[in-house]
Unconditional design. Sequence first.
Length: 472
Amino acid sequence: MKRLKLQVAGIILLFLAVSIPQVYGQPANTYANEDVLQSADYGNGNKYQKDFLLFMDLIVKQHPISICDKFPFDVEALRKEGYQRVGECKDDTNFYLYLQSILASLHDGHSIVTNAFNSEYLYPLSVFIDENGIHVNAIQLDNNAGLGKTIKAINGKSVSEATDQFCKMISYTNIYEKRKLLRAQISTFNLWHYAGLCNEDSSLVLTFTDDTSVKLYPVKRNELKMDAIRVANFSTPRTASKMPFSYKLFPDKKICYLQFDLCQDRNTLAATLTEEQRTTMANQLSKYPVWSEFLNTMFNEMAEEKIKTLVVDLRKNAGGNSSLCEELILRLSSKPIKTHKRVDSSMPYTRGVRYMAGKNPDIPTFKGKVIFIQGEQTYSSAGLLATYAYDNKIGQLIGDCGSYSPTHYGHMLTWLLPNTQTTVMLSSARFIRPNENVTEPFIKPQVYIPDMFEDFKTGTDKCWEWILTHQK
Protein backbone atom coordinates (compact mmCIF):
# COMPACT_ATOMS: atom_id res chain seq x y z
CA MET A 1 0.00 0.00 0.00
CA LYS A 2 1.43 3.37 -1.01
CA ARG A 3 0.48 6.75 0.38
CA LEU A 4 -0.17 9.92 -1.53
CA LYS A 5 -0.01 13.32 0.12
CA LEU A 6 -2.61 15.71 -1.18
CA GLN A 7 -3.56 19.35 -0.83
CA VAL A 8 -6.95 19.76 -2.43
CA ALA A 9 -9.55 22.45 -2.77
CA GLY A 10 -12.18 19.90 -1.86
CA ILE A 11 -12.53 16.17 -1.50
CA ILE A 12 -13.54 14.83 -4.88
CA LEU A 13 -16.87 13.50 -3.77
CA LEU A 14 -19.34 15.03 -6.18
CA PHE A 15 -22.69 13.93 -4.79
CA LEU A 16 -24.74 14.86 -7.82
CA ALA A 17 -22.43 12.93 -10.11
CA VAL A 18 -22.81 9.68 -8.23
CA SER A 19 -26.34 9.81 -6.95
CA ILE A 20 -28.42 11.12 -9.80
CA PRO A 21 -28.17 11.42 -13.56
CA GLN A 22 -27.29 14.93 -14.60
CA VAL A 23 -30.09 17.00 -16.08
CA TYR A 24 -27.97 18.77 -18.68
CA GLY A 25 -29.12 22.22 -19.61
CA GLN A 26 -32.52 21.81 -18.01
CA PRO A 27 -33.78 25.11 -16.58
CA ALA A 28 -35.60 25.11 -13.26
CA ASN A 29 -39.35 25.59 -13.44
CA THR A 30 -40.62 27.98 -10.78
CA TYR A 31 -43.30 26.06 -8.90
CA ALA A 32 -46.62 27.75 -8.24
CA ASN A 33 -50.15 26.63 -7.43
CA GLU A 34 -52.86 29.25 -7.25
CA ASP A 35 -54.73 27.48 -4.44
CA VAL A 36 -51.59 27.53 -2.30
CA LEU A 37 -50.71 31.11 -3.20
CA GLN A 38 -54.18 32.30 -2.20
CA SER A 39 -54.30 30.40 1.10
CA ALA A 40 -54.23 32.21 4.44
CA ASP A 41 -51.23 30.19 5.64
CA TYR A 42 -49.24 31.24 2.61
CA GLY A 43 -50.18 34.88 3.02
CA ASN A 44 -49.30 34.90 6.71
CA GLY A 45 -46.13 32.82 6.48
CA ASN A 46 -42.49 33.80 6.35
CA LYS A 47 -40.39 32.83 3.31
CA TYR A 48 -39.69 29.35 4.69
CA GLN A 49 -43.34 28.66 5.45
CA LYS A 50 -44.42 29.88 2.02
CA ASP A 51 -41.95 27.60 0.25
CA PHE A 52 -42.70 24.69 2.55
CA LEU A 53 -46.35 24.82 1.48
CA LEU A 54 -45.28 24.92 -2.16
CA PHE A 55 -42.84 22.03 -1.56
CA MET A 56 -45.53 19.83 -0.02
CA ASP A 57 -47.90 20.60 -2.85
CA LEU A 58 -45.12 19.86 -5.35
CA ILE A 59 -44.35 16.36 -4.09
CA VAL A 60 -48.04 15.46 -3.70
CA LYS A 61 -48.92 16.66 -7.22
CA GLN A 62 -45.76 15.78 -9.11
CA HIS A 63 -44.08 12.76 -7.51
CA PRO A 64 -45.32 9.38 -8.86
CA ILE A 65 -45.45 7.82 -5.39
CA SER A 66 -48.94 9.31 -5.14
CA ILE A 67 -49.98 6.99 -8.01
CA CYS A 68 -47.80 3.90 -7.53
CA ASP A 69 -47.68 3.57 -3.77
CA LYS A 70 -48.50 5.62 -0.70
CA PHE A 71 -46.61 8.30 1.16
CA PRO A 72 -44.65 7.10 4.20
CA PHE A 73 -46.21 9.90 6.24
CA ASP A 74 -49.59 11.51 6.82
CA VAL A 75 -49.50 14.37 4.31
CA GLU A 76 -51.85 16.70 6.17
CA ALA A 77 -50.22 16.08 9.55
CA LEU A 78 -46.77 16.76 8.10
CA ARG A 79 -48.04 19.87 6.34
CA LYS A 80 -49.21 21.30 9.67
CA GLU A 81 -46.21 20.12 11.69
CA GLY A 82 -43.68 21.25 9.08
CA TYR A 83 -45.33 24.66 8.66
CA GLN A 84 -44.83 25.33 12.37
CA ARG A 85 -41.30 23.92 12.36
CA VAL A 86 -39.96 25.98 9.46
CA GLY A 87 -41.54 29.05 10.98
CA GLU A 88 -38.69 28.84 13.50
CA CYS A 89 -35.92 28.34 10.90
CA LYS A 90 -32.95 30.63 11.51
CA ASP A 91 -31.14 30.08 8.20
CA ASP A 92 -31.51 28.63 4.73
CA THR A 93 -29.32 25.60 5.41
CA ASN A 94 -31.64 24.20 8.08
CA PHE A 95 -34.57 24.72 5.73
CA TYR A 96 -32.85 22.88 2.89
CA LEU A 97 -31.90 19.99 5.15
CA TYR A 98 -35.42 19.66 6.57
CA LEU A 99 -36.89 19.41 3.08
CA GLN A 100 -34.18 16.89 2.16
CA SER A 101 -35.10 14.73 5.17
CA ILE A 102 -38.67 14.58 3.85
CA LEU A 103 -37.54 13.53 0.38
CA ALA A 104 -35.22 10.93 1.92
CA SER A 105 -38.23 9.18 3.46
CA LEU A 106 -39.57 8.47 -0.06
CA HIS A 107 -36.56 6.19 -0.73
CA ASP A 108 -36.20 7.62 -4.21
CA GLY A 109 -32.50 7.86 -4.99
CA HIS A 110 -33.05 10.42 -7.76
CA SER A 111 -35.04 13.13 -5.95
CA ILE A 112 -32.98 15.64 -4.01
CA VAL A 113 -32.89 19.18 -2.61
CA THR A 114 -29.66 20.22 -4.29
CA ASN A 115 -28.95 23.13 -1.93
CA ALA A 116 -28.81 20.74 1.04
CA PHE A 117 -25.39 19.41 0.06
CA ASN A 118 -23.62 22.72 -0.53
CA SER A 119 -21.45 22.60 2.57
CA GLU A 120 -18.64 25.15 2.98
CA TYR A 121 -17.04 22.95 5.63
CA LEU A 122 -15.95 19.34 5.27
CA TYR A 123 -14.38 16.76 7.52
CA PRO A 124 -10.99 15.74 6.08
CA LEU A 125 -12.05 12.14 5.52
CA SER A 126 -12.76 9.73 2.68
CA VAL A 127 -13.74 6.08 3.09
CA PHE A 128 -14.10 2.78 1.27
CA ILE A 129 -17.06 0.64 2.33
CA ASP A 130 -17.29 -3.11 1.79
CA GLU A 131 -18.82 -6.18 3.44
CA ASN A 132 -16.23 -5.98 6.22
CA GLY A 133 -16.87 -2.40 7.30
CA ILE A 134 -15.95 1.25 6.70
CA HIS A 135 -12.27 1.80 5.97
CA VAL A 136 -10.29 5.05 5.79
CA ASN A 137 -8.71 5.63 2.39
CA ALA A 138 -7.91 9.35 2.87
CA ILE A 139 -7.64 11.48 5.99
CA GLN A 140 -6.20 14.74 7.34
CA LEU A 141 -2.40 14.82 7.12
CA ASP A 142 -2.04 15.38 10.88
CA ASN A 143 -4.12 12.26 11.56
CA ASN A 144 -2.66 9.95 8.96
CA ALA A 145 -2.08 7.23 11.55
CA GLY A 146 -5.72 6.35 10.83
CA LEU A 147 -5.11 5.75 7.13
CA GLY A 148 -6.15 2.25 6.07
CA LYS A 149 -7.89 1.47 9.37
CA THR A 150 -11.46 0.25 9.90
CA ILE A 151 -13.89 2.47 11.85
CA LYS A 152 -15.58 0.85 14.85
CA ALA A 153 -17.35 3.85 16.41
CA ILE A 154 -18.09 7.52 15.77
CA ASN A 155 -18.42 9.85 18.77
CA GLY A 156 -19.09 6.91 21.05
CA LYS A 157 -21.85 5.40 18.91
CA SER A 158 -21.29 2.15 17.05
CA VAL A 159 -20.49 2.83 13.42
CA SER A 160 -23.77 1.20 12.31
CA GLU A 161 -25.87 3.29 14.72
CA ALA A 162 -24.13 6.54 13.77
CA THR A 163 -24.30 5.97 10.03
CA ASP A 164 -27.92 4.78 10.14
CA GLN A 165 -28.86 8.07 11.84
CA PHE A 166 -26.72 10.03 9.38
CA CYS A 167 -28.33 8.34 6.38
CA LYS A 168 -31.81 9.46 7.37
CA MET A 169 -30.88 12.61 5.43
CA ILE A 170 -30.05 10.70 2.25
CA SER A 171 -32.41 9.33 -0.41
CA TYR A 172 -31.67 5.72 -1.30
CA THR A 173 -33.55 2.68 -2.59
CA ASN A 174 -31.39 -0.20 -1.38
CA ILE A 175 -28.49 -1.01 0.94
CA TYR A 176 -25.93 -0.65 -1.84
CA GLU A 177 -27.12 2.82 -2.79
CA LYS A 178 -27.05 3.73 0.90
CA ARG A 179 -23.44 2.54 1.05
CA LYS A 180 -22.51 4.53 -2.06
CA LEU A 181 -24.09 7.76 -0.83
CA LEU A 182 -22.67 7.40 2.66
CA ARG A 183 -19.26 7.08 1.07
CA ALA A 184 -19.90 10.21 -1.00
CA GLN A 185 -21.32 12.34 1.81
CA ILE A 186 -19.48 11.20 4.94
CA SER A 187 -17.30 14.33 4.89
CA THR A 188 -20.23 16.79 4.76
CA PHE A 189 -20.31 18.78 8.00
CA ASN A 190 -23.85 20.13 7.49
CA LEU A 191 -25.33 16.62 7.52
CA TRP A 192 -23.53 15.54 10.69
CA HIS A 193 -24.49 18.77 12.42
CA TYR A 194 -28.16 18.62 11.38
CA ALA A 195 -28.41 14.97 12.46
CA GLY A 196 -27.09 15.96 15.91
CA LEU A 197 -24.15 13.56 15.66
CA CYS A 198 -21.10 15.82 16.01
CA ASN A 199 -19.70 16.95 19.36
CA GLU A 200 -20.31 20.41 20.83
CA ASP A 201 -16.99 21.57 19.37
CA SER A 202 -18.12 20.17 15.95
CA SER A 203 -15.59 17.34 16.11
CA LEU A 204 -15.93 13.72 15.06
CA VAL A 205 -13.98 11.15 17.07
CA LEU A 206 -13.31 8.03 15.01
CA THR A 207 -12.49 4.90 16.99
CA PHE A 208 -10.89 2.08 15.01
CA THR A 209 -11.04 -1.68 15.42
CA ASP A 210 -7.55 -1.62 16.94
CA ASP A 211 -8.95 0.72 19.67
CA THR A 212 -6.91 3.72 18.53
CA SER A 213 -8.78 6.92 17.69
CA VAL A 214 -8.46 10.27 15.91
CA LYS A 215 -10.38 13.52 16.28
CA LEU A 216 -11.38 15.43 13.15
CA TYR A 217 -12.65 18.99 12.89
CA PRO A 218 -14.44 20.45 9.87
CA VAL A 219 -12.30 22.73 7.70
CA LYS A 220 -13.00 24.94 4.71
CA ARG A 221 -12.81 23.22 1.36
CA ASN A 222 -9.80 25.23 0.24
CA GLU A 223 -7.91 24.33 3.41
CA LEU A 224 -8.13 20.55 3.13
CA LYS A 225 -4.78 18.75 3.38
CA MET A 226 -5.11 15.02 2.98
CA ASP A 227 -3.04 11.87 3.06
CA ALA A 228 -4.48 9.14 0.82
CA ILE A 229 -3.82 5.61 -0.32
CA ARG A 230 -2.41 5.60 -3.82
CA VAL A 231 -3.68 2.71 -5.89
CA ALA A 232 -1.84 1.31 -8.88
CA ASN A 233 -4.22 -0.73 -11.03
CA PHE A 234 -1.84 -3.37 -12.31
CA SER A 235 -4.37 -6.10 -13.06
CA THR A 236 -7.11 -4.21 -14.88
CA PRO A 237 -7.70 -3.07 -18.46
CA ARG A 238 -9.45 0.05 -17.16
CA THR A 239 -7.84 3.37 -18.11
CA ALA A 240 -8.24 6.90 -16.79
CA SER A 241 -9.78 8.02 -20.07
CA LYS A 242 -11.49 11.41 -20.42
CA MET A 243 -13.79 9.93 -23.04
CA PRO A 244 -17.20 8.50 -22.05
CA PHE A 245 -16.39 5.16 -23.68
CA SER A 246 -13.43 3.35 -25.20
CA TYR A 247 -12.46 -0.20 -26.13
CA LYS A 248 -9.41 -2.44 -26.26
CA LEU A 249 -8.93 -5.76 -28.05
CA PHE A 250 -7.08 -8.73 -26.61
CA PRO A 251 -6.70 -10.85 -29.78
CA ASP A 252 -4.82 -13.66 -28.02
CA LYS A 253 -7.75 -14.04 -25.59
CA LYS A 254 -10.39 -13.32 -28.26
CA ILE A 255 -11.79 -10.62 -25.93
CA CYS A 256 -12.98 -7.08 -26.60
CA TYR A 257 -13.10 -4.93 -23.47
CA LEU A 258 -15.58 -2.01 -23.67
CA GLN A 259 -15.11 0.60 -20.96
CA PHE A 260 -18.54 2.29 -20.87
CA ASP A 261 -18.27 5.06 -18.27
CA LEU A 262 -21.01 7.50 -19.32
CA CYS A 263 -24.20 7.20 -21.37
CA GLN A 264 -23.48 10.30 -23.43
CA ASP A 265 -22.03 11.01 -26.86
CA ARG A 266 -21.61 14.04 -29.10
CA ASN A 267 -25.21 13.99 -30.30
CA THR A 268 -26.90 13.54 -26.91
CA LEU A 269 -24.63 16.19 -25.36
CA ALA A 270 -25.31 18.66 -28.17
CA ALA A 271 -29.05 18.14 -27.80
CA THR A 272 -28.89 19.51 -24.26
CA LEU A 273 -27.12 22.73 -25.26
CA THR A 274 -28.47 25.97 -26.64
CA GLU A 275 -27.49 26.97 -30.18
CA GLU A 276 -25.13 29.56 -28.76
CA GLN A 277 -23.48 26.95 -26.52
CA ARG A 278 -23.12 24.53 -29.42
CA THR A 279 -21.39 27.25 -31.47
CA THR A 280 -19.08 28.20 -28.62
CA MET A 281 -18.23 24.55 -27.89
CA ALA A 282 -17.99 23.41 -31.52
CA ASN A 283 -14.30 22.51 -31.25
CA GLN A 284 -14.77 20.51 -28.03
CA LEU A 285 -17.86 18.77 -29.39
CA SER A 286 -16.00 17.68 -32.53
CA LYS A 287 -13.56 15.73 -30.35
CA TYR A 288 -16.38 13.91 -28.56
CA PRO A 289 -17.24 10.49 -30.08
CA VAL A 290 -20.53 9.55 -31.74
CA TRP A 291 -21.83 6.31 -30.21
CA SER A 292 -23.17 4.70 -33.39
CA GLU A 293 -19.91 5.38 -35.26
CA PHE A 294 -17.91 4.09 -32.29
CA LEU A 295 -19.94 0.85 -32.16
CA ASN A 296 -19.61 0.30 -35.91
CA THR A 297 -15.83 0.64 -35.67
CA MET A 298 -15.60 -1.61 -32.62
CA PHE A 299 -17.78 -4.42 -33.95
CA ASN A 300 -16.08 -4.30 -37.37
CA GLU A 301 -12.67 -4.67 -35.74
CA MET A 302 -14.02 -7.46 -33.52
CA ALA A 303 -15.20 -9.32 -36.62
CA GLU A 304 -11.81 -8.91 -38.30
CA GLU A 305 -10.03 -10.28 -35.23
CA LYS A 306 -12.62 -13.06 -34.75
CA ILE A 307 -13.37 -11.87 -31.21
CA LYS A 308 -15.56 -14.33 -29.29
CA THR A 309 -16.27 -12.42 -26.06
CA LEU A 310 -17.43 -8.84 -25.50
CA VAL A 311 -16.91 -7.48 -21.97
CA VAL A 312 -19.01 -4.39 -21.15
CA ASP A 313 -17.66 -2.67 -18.03
CA LEU A 314 -20.37 -0.53 -16.37
CA ARG A 315 -18.70 -0.21 -12.97
CA LYS A 316 -18.12 3.56 -13.19
CA ASN A 317 -21.19 4.42 -15.27
CA ALA A 318 -23.62 6.61 -13.32
CA GLY A 319 -26.04 7.01 -16.22
CA GLY A 320 -26.94 9.62 -18.81
CA ASN A 321 -29.04 9.06 -21.92
CA SER A 322 -30.58 5.58 -22.13
CA SER A 323 -30.75 5.68 -25.94
CA LEU A 324 -27.07 4.66 -25.99
CA CYS A 325 -27.87 1.60 -23.89
CA GLU A 326 -30.71 0.61 -26.20
CA GLU A 327 -28.50 0.95 -29.28
CA LEU A 328 -25.89 -1.33 -27.72
CA ILE A 329 -28.22 -4.05 -26.46
CA LEU A 330 -30.06 -4.23 -29.81
CA ARG A 331 -26.78 -5.35 -31.35
CA LEU A 332 -26.48 -8.20 -28.85
CA SER A 333 -29.73 -10.10 -29.42
CA SER A 334 -31.79 -11.15 -32.42
CA LYS A 335 -34.87 -11.61 -30.22
CA PRO A 336 -37.32 -8.84 -29.22
CA ILE A 337 -36.08 -7.07 -26.09
CA LYS A 338 -38.66 -6.41 -23.41
CA THR A 339 -38.21 -3.11 -21.55
CA HIS A 340 -40.05 -1.50 -18.66
CA LYS A 341 -43.50 -0.29 -17.80
CA ARG A 342 -43.65 3.41 -17.03
CA VAL A 343 -45.99 5.34 -14.76
CA ASP A 344 -45.95 9.14 -15.07
CA SER A 345 -47.23 11.54 -12.44
CA SER A 346 -48.77 13.65 -15.20
CA MET A 347 -50.45 10.61 -16.78
CA PRO A 348 -51.84 8.41 -13.98
CA TYR A 349 -51.92 5.13 -15.80
CA THR A 350 -49.41 2.37 -16.49
CA ARG A 351 -48.01 2.10 -19.98
CA GLY A 352 -47.81 -1.54 -20.96
CA VAL A 353 -44.54 -3.41 -21.28
CA ARG A 354 -42.97 -2.32 -24.53
CA TYR A 355 -40.33 -3.79 -26.80
CA MET A 356 -37.44 -1.87 -28.24
CA ALA A 357 -37.73 -0.91 -31.87
CA GLY A 358 -35.68 -3.24 -34.01
CA LYS A 359 -32.24 -2.18 -35.18
CA ASN A 360 -31.23 -1.48 -38.76
CA PRO A 361 -31.31 -4.92 -40.48
CA ASP A 362 -28.00 -4.10 -42.20
CA ILE A 363 -26.27 -4.08 -38.79
CA PRO A 364 -25.32 -7.64 -37.78
CA THR A 365 -26.02 -9.10 -34.35
CA PHE A 366 -22.97 -10.10 -32.32
CA LYS A 367 -23.15 -13.88 -31.91
CA GLY A 368 -20.43 -14.31 -29.31
CA LYS A 369 -20.42 -14.34 -25.54
CA VAL A 370 -21.30 -11.13 -23.66
CA ILE A 371 -20.25 -10.33 -20.10
CA PHE A 372 -21.52 -7.24 -18.29
CA ILE A 373 -19.59 -6.01 -15.22
CA GLN A 374 -21.48 -3.89 -12.72
CA GLY A 375 -20.43 -2.26 -9.46
CA GLU A 376 -21.57 0.08 -6.73
CA GLN A 377 -21.46 3.13 -9.02
CA THR A 378 -23.52 1.53 -11.82
CA TYR A 379 -26.68 3.65 -11.82
CA SER A 380 -29.63 5.15 -13.69
CA SER A 381 -29.41 4.46 -17.46
CA ALA A 382 -26.47 2.09 -16.92
CA GLY A 383 -28.65 0.25 -14.39
CA LEU A 384 -31.39 0.03 -17.02
CA LEU A 385 -28.91 -1.60 -19.41
CA ALA A 386 -27.91 -4.15 -16.77
CA THR A 387 -31.57 -4.79 -15.94
CA TYR A 388 -32.59 -5.29 -19.58
CA ALA A 389 -29.69 -7.70 -20.10
CA TYR A 390 -30.49 -9.62 -16.90
CA ASP A 391 -34.27 -9.87 -17.39
CA ASN A 392 -33.98 -10.70 -21.11
CA LYS A 393 -31.23 -13.26 -20.45
CA ILE A 394 -28.71 -11.51 -22.67
CA GLY A 395 -25.17 -12.36 -21.68
CA GLN A 396 -23.87 -12.83 -18.15
CA LEU A 397 -23.75 -10.29 -15.33
CA ILE A 398 -20.80 -10.34 -12.93
CA GLY A 399 -19.41 -8.04 -10.23
CA ASP A 400 -20.84 -6.41 -7.12
CA CYS A 401 -24.50 -5.58 -6.45
CA GLY A 402 -25.39 -2.31 -8.15
CA SER A 403 -26.70 0.71 -6.29
CA TYR A 404 -29.50 1.12 -8.85
CA SER A 405 -32.92 -0.41 -8.26
CA PRO A 406 -34.26 -2.33 -11.29
CA THR A 407 -37.71 -0.86 -10.53
CA HIS A 408 -37.18 2.78 -9.67
CA TYR A 409 -38.27 6.39 -9.86
CA GLY A 410 -36.70 8.67 -12.44
CA HIS A 411 -37.22 11.13 -15.31
CA MET A 412 -36.34 14.08 -13.13
CA LEU A 413 -37.70 17.59 -13.44
CA THR A 414 -36.05 20.59 -11.80
CA TRP A 415 -38.20 22.94 -9.74
CA LEU A 416 -37.47 26.25 -8.02
CA LEU A 417 -39.17 27.35 -4.80
CA PRO A 418 -39.30 31.10 -5.39
CA ASN A 419 -39.10 32.61 -1.89
CA THR A 420 -35.89 30.85 -0.81
CA GLN A 421 -34.47 29.95 -4.25
CA THR A 422 -34.45 26.29 -3.20
CA THR A 423 -33.84 23.90 -6.11
CA VAL A 424 -35.65 20.55 -6.00
CA MET A 425 -34.88 17.80 -8.49
CA LEU A 426 -37.93 15.53 -8.42
CA SER A 427 -38.75 12.27 -10.15
CA SER A 428 -41.84 12.40 -12.35
CA ALA A 429 -42.10 8.73 -13.38
CA ARG A 430 -41.68 5.19 -12.08
CA PHE A 431 -40.03 2.54 -14.21
CA ILE A 432 -41.08 -1.06 -13.57
CA ARG A 433 -38.57 -3.72 -14.63
CA PRO A 434 -39.41 -6.16 -17.44
CA ASN A 435 -39.63 -9.11 -15.01
CA GLU A 436 -42.01 -7.37 -12.63
CA ASN A 437 -42.56 -10.55 -10.60
CA VAL A 438 -39.14 -9.98 -9.01
CA THR A 439 -39.41 -7.37 -6.25
CA GLU A 440 -35.87 -7.25 -4.86
CA PRO A 441 -34.60 -3.62 -4.87
CA PHE A 442 -31.25 -4.61 -6.43
CA ILE A 443 -29.80 -7.17 -8.82
CA LYS A 444 -27.26 -9.65 -7.52
CA PRO A 445 -25.09 -10.77 -10.45
CA GLN A 446 -24.98 -14.37 -11.57
CA VAL A 447 -21.30 -14.28 -10.59
CA TYR A 448 -21.01 -12.25 -7.39
CA ILE A 449 -17.59 -10.60 -7.02
CA PRO A 450 -17.82 -7.90 -4.34
CA ASP A 451 -15.56 -4.84 -4.25
CA MET A 452 -13.23 -5.31 -1.29
CA PHE A 453 -10.88 -2.86 0.43
CA GLU A 454 -7.94 -5.26 0.28
CA ASP A 455 -8.30 -5.50 -3.50
CA PHE A 456 -8.61 -1.70 -3.72
CA LYS A 457 -5.33 -1.24 -1.83
CA THR A 458 -3.43 -3.66 -4.02
CA GLY A 459 -4.98 -2.61 -7.31
CA THR A 460 -6.43 -6.05 -7.92
CA ASP A 461 -9.33 -6.32 -10.37
CA LYS A 462 -11.03 -9.57 -9.32
CA CYS A 463 -13.65 -9.27 -12.08
CA TRP A 464 -11.05 -9.11 -14.82
CA GLU A 465 -9.12 -11.96 -13.22
CA TRP A 466 -12.31 -14.07 -13.22
CA ILE A 467 -12.93 -13.30 -16.90
CA LEU A 468 -9.40 -14.30 -17.90
CA THR A 469 -9.65 -17.49 -15.82
CA HIS A 470 -13.02 -18.53 -17.27
CA GLN A 471 -12.45 -17.46 -20.85
CA LYS A 472 -12.19 -20.46 -23.18
